[in-house]
Write a protein that binds this ligand. Structure first.
Ligand code: G6P
Length: 493
């Protein structure tokens, strides 16, 4: 067992860290900082808290940065991390690829998002068993690093489906620590979760139950986790004060928590008024143009990773149905669809990306005219352009098959200038908080989604503005800093 008398009081562990590196041909490293709830959350506790973030090296640049750090104090150059202490783990590339692509993104992600359907079927063969061994090794590497870096009694916040085994492995190494796990994804219902081989399903649940707390974005996902513990492990589930539930298994009790991450209103309002966003807004306005009556065209905006669970293809099909069934919209509306590349190591993601491009082109061929491009599809990740689209949005389309939360649904109402209407899938975690003022759809129902788009486009301006105001208030109720501090407090930190 590794233990430490000094060390960090607060630790965060996640697959993707707050910074990534690219390696130039001449050996120079260029760093790029990421955003998101964890980055703002962790910065909220300030440098005096002595927090350390442990993450994986994802590519060659990261690996080189991790090696250079290992030659010093083990931490990345604070100049690259905004002063945060970050330890990047240099995990063997084959082990990482198996754990991240093979198990986390192809199996666990698919199970929690209910993505398996013919011909996308799970294959629990010898290759999977090898990948599972890598997933165990990758989780053990995190547990080792955390055990080494943590001060006695420290609080450790372990993130997401990549690291489900860490709480249990860390508890074996350091029983003194307070350990929490947070799932950013939905949690599968028991019948679907049991697609996993029995030993794997049990190991995942036991891993998370190694922590003192297991937290989720909504009550629905927390309840599904508890049901899986009862169905797979025969664990005892009881009602509990805080978030409603606790699970007892082999004499240990893990409390379940719910923390619904919200949009960062101050950051978004400030960032979306920067000159680079203004510039992109002007470009987009030009691309969108005006209808025959000279009025600016209405916009339906979506911004996603090109991700199967985001349901982009059905969104485009719904837009095509709208133009087919309601010809009055031809020439008067533009669908701005930003679909940024994601997980392109996986063939199924590459195929999906192609399908999105093909369908957008088909719609443009079918309906487009000299002066009107019905779909404006951008695939190059550009945060400033996303914010410009948010500002322009008359309607936001957020129609995932299933989503842990979906922050786009929360961000657009905060930034939109016209006060946008929100067409929102009932299967997004955000729906639990926004259902009252959104137009809620079944993500599989293309006709229903087309009708909701029509209703959103025709909603009277004052009603839209009123609803957008209430959506923005609900969406910002738990800003990232508070979200993070609440979790820490709940661990007794
Ligand atoms: C989801 C997951 C995150 C993940 C992100 C991007 O939001 O919950 O853990 O980092 O997707 O996916 P990627 O595979 O690019 O890290």
């Amino acid at each position: 067992m590794v233990s430490s008398s000094s060390g960090a009081q607060v630790l965060v562990a996640s697959n993707r860290g707050p910074v990534s590196y690219s390696l130039g041909a001449d050996g120079t490293l260029t760093s790029r900082r990421g955003g998101g709830g964890l980055v703002s959350g962790l910065s909220a506790i300030g440098p005096d808290a002595g927090a350390v973030w442990v993450c994986a090296a994802l590519g060659d640049g990261d690996r080189e940065a991790a090696r250079r750090a290992a030659a010093g104090d083990g931490l990345l150059d604070p100049g690259d991390t905004g002063g945060q202490s970050v330890r990047m783990l240099d995990i063997a590339p084959e082990v990482f690829a198996d754990a991240y692509n093979g198990v986390a993104n192809s199996v666990l992600w698919f199970v929690h998002h209910l993505l398996y359907q013919t011909p996308l079927e799970p294959a629990f063969d010898a290759e999977f068993r090898g990948q599972w061994a890598s997933y165990e090794a990758y989780n053990a590497a995190f547990a080792d690093a955390l055990a080494e870096a943590a001060a006695p009694g420290a609080a450790v916040l372990v993130q997401d489906y990549h690291l489900t085994l860490v709480p249990g492995l860390l508890r074996e190494r350091r029983p003194d620590l307070r350990i929490g796990h947070f799932s950013h994804t939905p949690w599968a219902p028991p019948d679907y979760f049991r697609l996993l081989p029995d030993d794997v399903a049990a190991e995942v649940l036991r891993g998370i139950l190694g922590g003192d707390r297991a937290a989720f974005l909504t009550h629905r996902w927390a309840a599904a986790f508890a049901e899986c513990c009862a169905a797979v492990l025969d664990a005892e589930v009881a009602r509990d004060g805080e978030a409603g539930l606790r699970v007892t298994y082999e004499g240990r009790t893990t409390r379940l928590g719910v923390h619904g991450l919200g949009a960062d209103a101050d950051f978004l309002r400030e960032r979306s008024r920067q000159p680079d966003v203004d510039e992109r807004l002007a470009d987009l306005r030009e691309q969108i143009g005006t209808g025959e009556d000279g009025a600016p065209r209405k916009t339906i905006v979506r911004v996603d990773r090109t991700e199967l669970s985001k349901n982009i293809v059905r969104g485009l099909q719904a837009y095509r149905r709208l133009l087919t069934d309601r010809p009055e919209w031809r020439g008067r509306v533009v669908h701005i669809a930003f679909a940024y590349p994601s997980r392109q190591d996986l063939a199924v993601y590459r195929q999906y990306t192609e399908e999105v491009g093909r369908l957008a082109a088909e719609i443009n061929d079918e309906f487009g005219t000299d002066g009107w491009l019905p779909v404006v599809l951008h695939v190059k990740d550009d945060f400033a352009r996303s914010l410009a689209a948010y500002r322009l949005a008359d309607v936001a389309l957020v129609n995932p098959i299933r989503d842990g939360m979906n922050l786009v649904a929360k961000e657009v109402p905060v930034v939109s200038e016209a006060g946008c209407a929100l067409v929102l899938s009932r299967e997004a975690g955000a729906c639990a908080e926004l259902a009252e003022d959104a137009l809620v759809v079944n993500p599989y129902d293309i006709g229903g989604t087309a009708e909701a788009l029509h209703a959103a486009l025709t909603m009277p301006q004052d009603e839209r503005a009123e609803r957008a105001k209430r959506l923005a208030a609900a969406a910002t109720a738990l800003p990232p800093a508070q979200w993070f501090l609440d979790q820490l407090r709940a661990l007794g930190g």
